[in-house]
Write a protein that binds this ligand. Structure first.
Ligand SMILES: *Cc1c(COP(=O)(O)O)cnc(C)c1O
Length: 254
């Protein structure tokens, strides 16, 4: 390599810092929590393709986008296709029915984290049956739960999540429900104790494992962002979605 851009240097440092803190949080996770080592999903929303490539070169493989249009553009970008052949994309934002086909035909789509109704699950299942690149390889999905009860957030009620999970695993053979996800309320003050969104998601985790006869480490839990991914891991998170701490602050959306 001839020259490193400033951005690349910063992203590498941010990534290494986050990976180190993930390791420390994992060490302080209570031993009675039976959960796998967390997966880091680097959230690249609003950041340019060069930032994704810089993180990829620093070793990162899983990336998340929450705006469909950005996922469409980045995942098909010629530089990403050429330089990031092993990239794995996660959709972490709401998926509208009329966008399903756009998303499911994208290269290197790894997981849709935001399935929150039977209707949406049915449509994704039908679309994947037609669009899947490898026949009979189901699409990984998470059931998104609205743990904070805010109307503006997507996600199914925690009480209805076990039956949605069961519905998908019993009926939709093109989908593989691998876990659950929450966004949660922003700006929780940790001096008030454990984050109630994380508590609620772990309760849903227990309920789904019991209802489906699954060991706890067989169900993924996606919770935790830049300001609290370490707290989330200590409570049992297995997928953290981290943007700012890797890529720096995002410009406000116009
Ligand atoms: C933006 C976003 C993140 C990452 O947020 P940071 O605070 O920048 O780490 C995680 N999850 C979702 C769903 C997001 O939209």
């Amino acid at each position: 390599m001839i020259r490193r851009t400033m951005a690349e240097f910063d992203i590498n440092a941010g990534l290494q810092h986050v990976l180190k803190r993930i390791e420390l949080a994992l060490q302080s996770r209570p031993k009675e929590i039976n959960a796998p080592k967390p997966l880091l999903v680097a959230v690249s929303k609003t950041k340019p393709v060069e930032c994704v490539i810089a993180a990829y070169k620093a070793g990162q493989r899983h990336f998340g986008e929450n705006y469909v249009q950005e996922l469409v553009e980045k995942s098909q970008h010629p530089d990403i296709l050429a330089q990031c052949p092993d990239i794995k994309w996660h959709l972490i934002g709401h998926l509208q029915s009329n966008k399903i086909n756009h998303v499911l035909k994208l290269p290197n789509l790894h997981m849709v984290q935001t399935v929150d109704s039977e209707k949406l699950a049915n449509k994704i299942d039908a679309a994947w049956a037609k669009l899947q690149p490898t026949p009979s390889e189901p699409l990984r999905v998470l059931v998104q739960i609205n743990t904070s009860g805010e109307d503006v957030k997507s996600g199914i009620d925690a009480s209805a999540a076990p039956s949605l999970f069961k519905y998908i695993s019993a009926n939709l053979k093109h989908l593989q429900p691998v876990g659950i996800m929450t966004i949660g309320a922003y700006g929780f003050d940790y001096s008030n104790g454990p984050n109630p969104d994380f508590v609620a998601l772990m309760q849903a985790h227990r309920a789904i494992c019991e209802a489906n006869d699954m060991p706890p480490d067989a169900l993924q839990v996606s919770m935790g962002m830049s300001n609290d991914y370490d707290k989330a891991i200590e409570m049992g998170s297995t997928i953290v979605r981290v943007g700012t701490a890797i890529f720096g602050h995002r410009a406000a959306k116009a």
